[in-house]
Structure formats: structure tokens, C-alpha cells
Design a protein around this ligand. Structure first.
Ligand SMILES: Nc1nc2c(ncn2[C@@H]2O[C@H](COP(=O)(O)OP(=O)(O)OP(=O)(O)O)[C@@H](O)[C@H]2O)c(=O)[nH]1
Ligand SMILES: [Mg+2]
Ligand SMILES: [Zn+2]
Length: 294
């Protein structure tokens, strides 16, 4: 499935030589998202009926406003968390996406766009700040849609797999995709729109790459809510914490006070970054609050 269009969906037949087909769903309850693989019956050359959704390899999800799980995309190989010098980003915001990816068993990396806006000093500061992610094992790519030289490396990284671009509105997800796919018509927004809270991209959409593979563009998210998860999930979502799983002195350790807490000891030893521990505690507090309100 490539995109929703009201109650209908666009399907790309397996052979990429044929155009996308607009389909109704046979069953109202059949939920399909970008990246889903489906069976469909052709009605005519442009129309069809989706009859079945095949089993998903993985599901990228967030919480809806009732703290229930909402799947955003399926069958993704790599999630690229797109950030930029403007709009501003937070490490907590990045961690939310990394945890969702880790729990869905999807590779993730950080794509820093608009580096043309950085002075050398700012660039060095940023690369230093993001080092903690490289240490955990997340790749980091630096790009600018204003310069060809970064795009070749990006293309090579993305080929032959399905890559999902996610991040705040205005970081340049659609700009990057349209530079990589010049033949697709993709709307790019002025930054002023975004500062007023307008999102340029409104649907998640999958597009084929000439070299093989797909890119998925998605609407900007202010932040990814993860309140549908349990505390255990949150722990497991922090990849580097797994070495400390059940190592705390007390089995009900809340990882708040240092009495026998393996995580707090790891922060002191430099094995866990303080910002990751801070994110972990914030996400746990959000869970406590959502239990009370749901
Ligand atoms: N300076 C600079 N500006 C860029 C770069 N890439 C994108 N932009 C600008 O950033 C603005 C937002 O770009 P979009 O591609 O619409 O951002 P988006 O992430 O798709 O936003 P949503 O669709 O709302 O989520 C546009 O004005 C782009 O021209 C870049 O590498 N450098
Ligand atoms: Mg966009
Ligand atoms: Zn602990």
C-alpha cells in the first residue's frame, strides 16, 4: 500500500512498470498502512478492491490520544530520524523515535539535514552532541539538499530497501525525498508555514526508488507519544540498557535512587549517557500519568 486517499488507498502492483491503482477496501475493519503488502482484485485499469492484508514483518507505532497503539507504517527496513538546525530538536525527541524503532525491530539512524546552515563551530558542536548515538550503534548521516555532494552517499545508503523518513515538520523530509526522486511531485513547505503550525505533508506515502527499494515520506510529528507501552517495553527500547537488564539489586528498582541501581551506576561509569537516562525517566513519568488518566 502506498498512501491513503480518504477511505480509499493507493496500491502499487508488484511490477513497478504498472501505475498505482486506487482501491476500496472489501472489509471496513481491514486497516492498512503505508508499506503493507496486500492482495487485491482489479476492477478496471485504474480501480481495484483490496481483499486481504498479508502478515506484517514489523509495525512502527505510536500512541493515539487514548494511549492505544496506532500503527503508522509496516514492513520498513530502516527509519531515518530527520533533524535539522531549524526547527530546533531535543535529544528526548530523538530518543522517542529510536525506542519505537527498537521495539518494532527496525534499524534506525539519524539524518541531520540543512547542515549548510551551520558554521564550522556549530557543526563540530552538533557532531559532538550526537556522538552518544554512534556509540550505541546508530548511524548518523549529515546532508543538505543544497549540495550535491551529500546526496550520492545518501542514495547509496537508501537503495534496495524500504526507508521511512520521520521527524518534525520543516526539517526537510520531503525536500530530501524530492531531491532523490526528481520525477515525483512532492509538496515542499515554506518554513514560515511550519512556524505557524502548518504541516506540508499530510499523508504517509511510499515511493519507489529507481535503484530498487522505496522511500516513505510522512507528515511532521511534534513528538512521538509512547504511552501505549509498558515500563518493561520502555526499558527494552533503550538498546544500550539491555546489558543491565535485571542487574539492579532490587527486582522492583524504579531506577530513581542509586541504592543498588545498575543503570545509575552505569551512568556514573560513563556506560550510559546522562541524556538517555533523563529521557528514560521522562518516558516513565509519562506512563505513570497516562495510567491515572486512562
Ligand atoms: N537551508 C536549507 N533548507 C532546507 C534544506 N532542506 C529543506 N529545506 C527547507 O526547509 C523547508 C521545509 O521543507 P519540507 O521538505 O517541506 O519539510 P518537511 O520535513 O517535509 O515538513 P512537513 O511535510 O511539514 O513534515 C523548506 O523551506 C525547504 O526549502 C536544506 O538542506 N537546507
Ligand atoms: Mg513533508
Ligand atoms: Zn535500577
Amino acid at each position: 500500500m502506498i498512501a491513503h486517499h480518504g477511505k480509499q488507498v493507493w496500491i502499487q502492483p508488484h511490477l513497478q512498470t504498472t501505475n498505482a491503482i486506487r482501491c476500496h477496501l472489501r472489509f471496513k475493519l481491514l486497516t492498512i498502512v503505508a508499506g503493507d503488502i496486500v492482495e487485491f482484485e482489479k476492477i478496471d485499469n485504474n480501480k481495484g478492491l483490496v481483499t486481504k492484508r498479508l502478515a506484517r514483518q514489523n509495525e512502527l507505532a505510536k500512541s493515539d490520544h487514548r494511549h492505544n497503539k496506532k500503527v503508522i507504517a509496516a514492513n520498513i527496513n530502516t527509519i531515518w530520524i530527520v533533524i535539522a538546525p531549524t526547527p530546533n530538536f531535543t535529544l528526548l525527541g530523538i530518543d522517542r523515535y529510536l525506542i519505537a524503532a527498537q521495539l518494532a525491530n527496525i534499524n534506525a539512524g539519524i539524518l541531520v539535514n540543512k547542515i549548510d546552515l551551520l558554521s564550522e563551530k556549530q557543526y563540530l558542536h552538533l557532531t559532538h552532541e550526537l556522538k552518544i548515538y554512534e556509540k550505541i550503534g546508530y548511524p548518523i548521516l549529515y546532508t543538505s539538499t543544497h549540495s550535491e555532494k551529500y546526496l550520492e552517499a545518501l542514495k547509496a545508503t537508501l537503495s534496495h530497501q524500504t526507508s521511512f523518513f520521520i521527524g518534525q515538520s520543516g526539517v526537510g523530509k520531503s525536500s530530501l525525498i524530492s531531491t532523490l526522486l526528481p520525477n515525483q511531485s512532492i509538496r515542499i513547505g515554506p518554513l514560515s508555514n511550519i512556524q505557524q503550525g502548518c504541516h506540508t505533508t499530510t499523508t504517509t506515502r511510499l515511493m519507489p526508488l529507481d535503484e530498487g527499494g522505496y522511500l516513505v515520506d510522512s507528515p511532521g510529528l511534534r513528538e512521538l507519544s509512547l504511552t501505549y507501552l509498558t515500563k518493561e517495553h520502555i526499558f527494552q527500547g533503550f538498546k544500550e540498557f539491555n546489558a543491565f537488564w535485571q542487574r539492579c539489586q532490587f527486582s522492583n528498582c524504579a531506577h530513581h535512587h542509586d541504592l543498588g541501581c545498575a543503570l545509575i551506576a552505569a551512568v556514573k561509569n560513563g556506560d550510559i549517557a546522562p541524556s538517555r537516562m533523563a529521557s528514560f525517566q521522562i518516558l516513565n513519568r509519562e506512563l505513570n500519568k497516562s495510567y491515572k488518566t486512562s
